[in-house]
Design a protein around this ligand. Structure first.
Ligand SMILES: Nc1ncnc2c1ncn2[C@@H]1O[C@H](COP(=O)(O)OP(=O)(O)OP(=O)(O)O)[C@@H](O)[C@H]1O
Length: 293
């Protein structure tokens, strides 16, 4: 069961204020954004041509929402992730997460990437505990409350189908298992925001679908906000409440699509006309963006 239904969210009072302008497509239902990227332009210090990676980028994601970002290659999708987690800061515009302007790495976020990057000399369980050695207040509590954290790690491993695998080293796990473990690691500190940058991209089709169901269930159960960057339109439509399409570089949002397919969604939904219609519509936006480049 979802912790907060869409209707409950829509019923919450609007809190429009500076940095909380209503979304462009659904102003009548938009409530306070949890991730609020407002008119952002970002230029990488190392950019040879000095051109921005994103320009006039505005993106608002509600608390508890599952948002997906799609767009042509190099349009700035990963840059949006870096801006929302405080790994990069905009030249212009504002980034607000959980009501606070982002001026340093965002502690309430967890991240998972295409490459799980597990430390080979640590067991899977010790890889899961790694963020706790860095992020306060866990860092100070870890030594005295280790058993509590280990129990949480083992619970997460069981939830993704890796019960009893914590003592194995990452190189003893398959790619799909490593990606499951990486998901657990991104959730170990109980983040309110989960940022997923193509985490399923390197997996075979069946393993990818298994992972979709795992993240679907974790989101439904724990109610965190998700931003997923993906090239896979079916993945975006299967998982997301809303899909945002970006233009070619410099990236900005050119379209957003509410995915009004009922939840919980079964993999079978991908064979329905309603699902295909949405994928088709999004494909049109990406094709237009590529042509305009
Ligand atoms: N550290 C950096 N220094 C300079 N330019 C960068 C840096 N990181 C990214 N860029 C450039 O910024 C633009 C956007 O990159 P970004 O990785 O955000 O795009 P993306 O949409 O995630 O790409 P892809 O779909 O290929 O993964 C690209 O043109 C890229 O070359």
């Amino acid at each position: 069961m979802r912790t907060r239904s869409q209707s409950e969210r829509a019923a919450r009072p609007r809190e429009d204020g500076p940095g909380h302008a209503p979304g462009p497509m659904h102003p009548e239902t938009f409530v306070q954004a949890f991730v609020d990227i407002h008119d952002v332009t970002h230029v990488y210090a190392g950019a040879e041509d000095g051109a921005p990676a994103v320009e006039h980028m505005t993106l608002k994601v509600r608390e508890g929402e599952f948002a997906a970002i799609v767009g042509p290659s190099g349009c700035g999708k990963s840059t949006v992730m870096k801006l929302a987690t405080g790994l990069q800061f905009p030249a212009k515009g504002t980034v607000i997460v959980g009501g606070e302007e982002v001026t340093k790495p965002v502690k309430l976020a967890g991240m998972a990437f295409q490459n799980p990057v597990m430390l080979p000399w640590r067991t899977t369980l010790d890889n899961l505990l790694l963020p706790l050695e860095i992020v306060e207040p866990h860092r100070s509590r870890l030594r005295r409350h280790k058993a509590e954290y280990v129990a949480r790690a083992e619970h997460l491993l069981a939830e993704v189908g890796l019960a009893g695998q914590g003592s194995k080293f990452p190189w003893q796990l398959s790619g799909g298992m490593q990606q499951r473990a990486s998901l657990c690691r991104s959730l170990i500190h109980g983040p309110k925001l989960l940022m997923l940058d193509e985490p399923f991209g390197a997996l075979d089709a069946f393993t990818r679908e298994e992972l979709w169901c795992i993240i679907r269930d974790l989101h439904a159960e724990q109610g965190f906000t998700v931003i997923l960057v993906t090239h896979d339109l079916r993945e975006a439509v299967f998982l997301a409440d809303r899909v945002f399409c970006m233009s070619a570089r410099p990236g900005r949002i050119i379209a957003e699509r509410e995915v009004d397919l009922p939840r919980p969604r079964d993999l079978e939904v991908m064979y329905t006309a309603a699902f295909t219609d949405i994928v088709h519509e999004l494909r049109g936006h990406i094709a237009d963006a590529r042509q305009a480049a």
